[in-house]
Design a protein around this ligand. Structure first.
Ligand SMILES: Cc1cc2nc3c(=O)[nH]c(=O)nc-3n(C[C@H](O)[C@H](O)[C@H](O)COP(=O)(O)OP(=O)(O)OC[C@H]3O[C@@H](n4cnc5c(N)ncnc54)[C@H](O)[C@@H]3O)c2cc1C
Length: 362
């Protein structure tokens, strides 16, 4: 598989290849198994002057009810190899590899660095896009190189971690260069026999004795914690149709924090909800703001609502339309803004919507 030319189909349904299970068809659709396929897809989109969207596991995206008006490429580029250099092992994986299977394989080899990111759905190639993170780890700490095809030129590029512009849930791939690169391969720098450092309180509880911490034990603990929050889309676990956290945790100034904190303290609705950053501003829990604004876990409105296990996760109960999700998300954003003066921005990517479908920070 993978040497033949790209097969481009028309009006391909997207809902079943997203974890939200929502959305209309792609005008054109193709599965890329190698870089040549990606270049071919870019050329097709350029020639036909249509937009291009790459999908991996479809676990961080909401597709509009009318679908996507251009070419959707499903990235299935595989591959795995490792080489030891000095104290590190450099592990390269194809962008279409399943993320959690990749993490599992690294953990089984005793390579430390990605264990807290166990159980996140999706593909290797999407991990740098929003700089995935969980339980005190974010993927940028281990990324050594990202290889991609430049959609404009069809040329191949190699980007160092610095060039990816990583920040909290941000990289050049979802900000200034969004849509420009299709990631084909990622190289991670991991530590053989490394000892994980635990910073997240829910995880620390699993390890009263620090000396026994290994990547494999941390992976198991993370899977247990994620299961408790309904965040595992793996066989044998209860899950919901969602795209994970719908909103990012907002980062606010010290001045804004004072006002928000006053309300939270007065109403007694926050615990472990604010994390000061080196820059002086403060990251606050969007889940806490949403709860204080009047929503509880499991809140339901028609076909959509909040997960019964996690306030930050908007779920599709049954055949929801994308328009219902947007209307509900706007309502939640509005209530939070009204109460705290803080805009919570979507973490989920939107495909096939008008740019102002959901309010964003100017
Ligand atoms: C239950 C659940 C739990 C989750 N938990 C977490 C969590 O703990 N932490 C976290 O950070 N995220 C979490 N997520 C979000 C999601 O799993 C991650 O963002 C993941 O990396 C998305 O991977 P994907 O392959 O499904 O991307 P997709 O949803 O297919 O795509 C997401 C975005 O990335 C772009 N993209 C995908 N592949 C490529 C590529 N090869 N090159 C360039 N752009 C690309 C797409 O165009 C799109 O804009 C969760 C989601 C769910 C459903």
């Amino acid at each position: 598989m993978g040497t033949e030319t790209l097969e481009i189909r028309e009006n391909y349904p997207l809902r079943d290849i997203t974890t939200f299970g929502i959305g209309g068809p792609a005008r054109y659709f193709a599965v890329a198994h190698n870089e040549a396929h990606v270049r071919e897809a870019c050329a097709f989109a350029r020639e036909n002057r249509i937009p291009l969207l790459v999908l991996g596991g479809g676990s961080n995206i909401l597709v509009s009810d009318t679908g996507f008006p251009g070419l959707v490429i499903l990235n299935r580029i595989k591959g795995f190899n490792s080489r030891t250099r000095g104290q590190y092992v450099f592990v390269t994986a194809g962008a279409g590899e399943d993320w959690d299977s990749f993490v599992k394989r690294c953990v089984e080899n005793g390579w430390q660095g990605l264990e807290c990111l166990s159980g996140i759905p999706g593909t290797v190639g999407a991990a740098p896009v929003q700089n995935i993170g969980a339980y005190g780890q974010s993927v940028d700490a281990c990324i050594s190189e990202v290889r991609a095809v430049d959609v404009h030129t069809g040329g191949e590029v190699s980007l160092s971690s610095n060039e990816c512009g990583f920040e909290y849930r941000k990289s050049i791939f979802n900000s200034q260069s969004a849509g420009r690169y299709i990631i084909t391969q990622v190289t991670f720098r991991l530590v053989p026999e490394g000892v994980p450092e635990l910073t997240y309180h829910d995880l620390k509880k699993h390890f009263p004795d620090d000396s026994a911490v290994t990547p494999a034990k941390v992976r198991n603990a993370v899977l247990e914690v994620r299961n408790g929050k309904g965040l595992l889309i793996l066989e044998g676990y209860e899950s919901f149709k969602s795209a994970g956290s719908f909103f990012k945790n907002p980062v606010i100034s010290a001045g804004q924090f004072e006002k928000v904190n006053e309300i939270i303290q007065k109403e007694g609705c926050g615990a472990n909800w604010a994390w000061p950053r080196r820059s002086g501003d403060i990251k606050v829990s969007a889940a806490c703001l949403i709860q204080c604004a009047g929503y509880t876990r499991g809140h339901r409105q028609g076909n959509v609502g909040l997960s019964p296990k996690h306030t930050l996760v908007i779920i599709n109960h049954h055949d929801a339309a994308a328009a219902e999700v947007i209307a509900f998300a706007r309502q939640v954003q509005g209530k939070v803004r009204e109460k705290f003066g803080v805009l919570i921005e979507p973490e989920v990517r939107l495909a096939g919507f008008a740019p102002d479908a959901l309010p964003l920070q100017k």
